[in-house]
Design a protein around this ligand. Structure first.
Ligand code: PEP
Length: 250
C-alpha cells in the first residue's frame, strides 16, 4: 500500500492578508508528485488562500468545523462552507479545540463525519497530555481517543490521523524517534484491527508537535510516519519549505 506523504501546515489564529505572500511561496514547493502540501489558514483567509493556490499543487484546508451543515450557530462554520471556500481538508479534534472548547471524542467524531459528508478529508488529531505521558498512559489514551473519535466508516480518502502529543505542541519538545515509532506502530495495528488490512493500511498517520527544519528528517525516517502536521514552522516559507523537502527526501 503506497500512502502519499502529506506536509500539512496549521496557521492557527495567525495570518492576515499580507501573509499570503508566504502562502504563495510555499505553494511553489508543492509538486504534482511527491508529498502533498496543505496549508490550513484561518477561516478569514480561506477563499483568498484558495485563489492564491489555484493553478498550483498546494491544497487548502480548514482548522475546525461545526458538526451541523447549517443553522443557528453564531460564529461557527460548517464543513460545507469550508468546502465552498476551497477547503479540501478539515482539521478536527486539535488539542487546542479539545482544551479551549471542551470538545469530547463524540464531538470530534461528529465533526469528522460532517467533513466527510461535505466531501472534505478530516485530519483527526489525538494525543496524550504531559501528565498522561509521564504516567505511562500514552497508548491507553490513544486507544480510547481512536475508538471514540474515529468514525466507523473511515477510509484512506476520508480520514488522516495525526498523533500530536499535547506536551510537544508549540513547546520545542518532541518524543524520541523510538517513542514516535512505537506510537505509530500501535496506531497502525489498531487501524488494521478495526478497519481490516486494506483500509487500515490506507489511512495516513501524521506526527505533529514541534516539527522544525532541524528535526524533520529524523522524524520522517520513522516507519509509519506519513508526514507531519506543523504549527509554528508552517507560518513562513523559510521554515516550511525545508520540512516539505525533508519529506520528499524521506
Ligand atoms: C499543531 O498545532 O498541530 C502543532 C503541531 O504545532 P507546533 O508545530 O507549533 O508544535
Amino acid at each position: 500500500m503506497m500512502r502519499r506523504k502529506l506536509a500539512a501546515g496549521n496557521w492557527k489564529m495567525n495570518g492576515t492578508v499580507e501573509d499570503l505572500t508566504q502562502l504563495a511561496e510555499i505553494a511553489g514547493a508543492a509538486l504534482e508528485t511527491g508529498p502533498e502540501v496543505l496549508l490550513c489558514p484561518p477561516a478569514t483567509l480561506l477563499s483568498r488562500a484558495a485563489d492564491a493556490a489555484r493553478g498550483t499543487w498546494m491544497r487548502i484546508g480548514g482548522q475546525d468545523c461545526h458538526p451541523a451543515a447549517s443553522g443557528a450557530h453564531t460564529g461557527d462554520i460548517s464543513a460545507q462552507m469550508l468546502r465552498d471556500a476551497g477547503a479540501r481538508y478539515i482539521i478536527v479534534g486539535h488539542s487546542e479545540r479539545r482544551t479551549d472548547h471542551g470538545e469530547t471524542d463524540a464531538i470530534v467524531r461528529a465533526k469528522a463525519e460532517a467533513a466527510r459528508a461535505a466531501g472534505a478529508t478530516a485530519i483527526l488529531c489525538i494525543g496524550e497530555t504531559e501528565a498522561q505521558y509521564r504516567a505511562g498512559d500514552t497508548l491507553e489514551v490513544l486507544r480510547s481517543q481512536l475508538a471514540g473519535s474515529v468514525p466507523d466508516d473511515a477510509t484512506g480518502d476520508t480520514l488522516v490521523l495525526a498523533y500530536e502529543p499535547v506536551w510537544a505542541i508549540g513547546t520545542g519538545l518532541t518524543p524520541t524517534t523510538d517513542e514516535i515509532g512505537a506510537v505509530h506502530n500501535f496506531l497502525r495495528d489498531r487501524l488494521i484491527d478495526r478497519f481490516g488490512p486494506d483500509t487500515g493500511t490506507a489511512i495516513r498517520l501524521l506526527y505533529g508537535g514541534s516539527v522544525k527544519p532541524a528535526n524533520a528528517a529524523e522524524i520522517f525516517a520513522v516507519a509509519d510516519v506519513d508526514g507531519a502536521l506543523v504549527g509554528g514552522a508552517s507560518l513562513t516559507a523559510a521554515d516550511f519549505i525545508p520540512i516539505i523537502d525533508a519529506l520528499s527526501a524521506a
